[in-house]
Design a binder for this molecule. Structure first.
Ligand code: SAH
Length: 216
C-alpha cells in the first residue's frame, strides 16, 4: 500500500519536474500540500493522477501540473499580496499560501467556497481570505495585488484586474473561447504593461460581468 506522501513525491517528480517546472519552492509546496483532502471522497484514490478532477457543481480541481506551472509563472518571493479568481476546491490557494504573504480568493459558487474554507481552516492556513462573488470584478478594497491568478478561462483580460494589479506586478490568466485558452502573463513594470503567451490550456469558464455569460 503506497501512502499519500509517496504518491505526492511521485506526482512532483513525474508530472511536474519532468515537465520542467524548476522553482524549488514551488516543488516543495506541491510536495507538502495534501491534495487528496481537496477532492471529493469518491475521488480519493485518484487525487494524485495527472489530470483535473470533478469537485461538484460542474467544476474541477486543476491538474497538478497546471497548478505548479501557473504558480511558478507568478515568480513569488514570499511577501506578496495575491488575488486568486476561482477558489474552487481551495487547493491552488493553499499552494499560494505556502509561497506568498496573504491570499485573497473569490469563488462564485457558495457551496464550493464553504467547503474550501472548511478544509483550509482545518489545515491551519491563517493567511487566506475567501469570499463569494464575481471575481471578474476583482477585490478593490484589498488592492493593489502584486500577483493575480485567474483559474477559469476568460474571453478577455478583465479590466478591473489590470487596474488592481500593483506596479510591479504579475497577472496570469487563461484567455480564449469556452473550449480552449492560451495562458497569458501580464507584467506591469515602470508604468508599462507587457503581455506574454505561455501556451495552450483548458479551463472551465470564468462566468461574470467581465467573463462569459452564464448559459446554464
Ligand atoms: N483554483 C481551483 C480551480 C477551480 S476551477 C482549485 O484549485 O481547485 C474554477 C473555479 O472558478 C470554479 O470553482 C468556478 O465556480 C469559479 N468561477 C468561475 N467564474 C468565476 C467568477 N466570475 N468569480 C469567481 N469564481 C468563478
Amino acid at each position: 500500500m503506497i501512502g499519500f506522501s509517496d504518491k505526492r513525491r511521485r506526482m512532483v517528480r513525474e508530472q511536474i519536474e519532468a515537465r520542467e517546472v524548476r522553482d524549488l519552492f514551488v516543488l516543495k509546496a506541491m510536495e507538502k500540500v495534501p491534495r487528496h483532502l481537496f477532492v471529493p471522497e469518491a475521488m480519493l484514490d485518484r487525487a494524485y493522477e495527472d489530470s483535473p478532477l470533478p469537485i461538484g457543481h460542474k467544476q474541477t480541481i486543476s491538474q497538478p501540473y497546471t497548478v505548479a506551472f501557473m504558480t511558478e509563472a507568478l515568480e513569488l518571493t514570499g511577501k506578496e499580496k495575491v488575488l486568486e479568481i476561482g477558489a474552487g476546491s481551495g487547493y491552488q490557494a493553499a499552494i499560494l499560501a505556502e509561497l506568498a504573504g496573504e491570499i485573497y480568493t473569490i469563488e462564485r459558487i457558495p457551496e464550493l467556497a464553504e467547503q474550501a474554507e472548511k478544509i483550509l481552516k482545518q489545515l491551519g492556513y491563517k493567511n487566506i481570505r475567501i469570499k463569494v462573488g464575481d471575481g471578474s470584478l476583482g477585490w478593490a478594497e484589498q488592492s493593489p495585488f502584486q500577483a493575480i491568478i485567474v483559474t477559469a478561462g476568460a474571453p478577455a483580460i478583465p479590466k478591473p484586474l489590470l487596474e488592481q494589479l500593483d506596479d510591479p506586478g504579475l497577472l496570469v490568466i487563461p484567455v480564449g473561447d469556452r473550449s480552449s485558452q492560451n495562458m497569458i502573463r501580464v507584467r506591469k513594470k515602470n508604468q508599462k504593461v507587457t503581455e506574454e503567451s505561455l501556451g495552450p490550456f483548458r479551463f472551465v469558464e470564468l462566468i461574470g460581468e467581465h467573463g462569459h455569460q452564464k448559459n446554464d
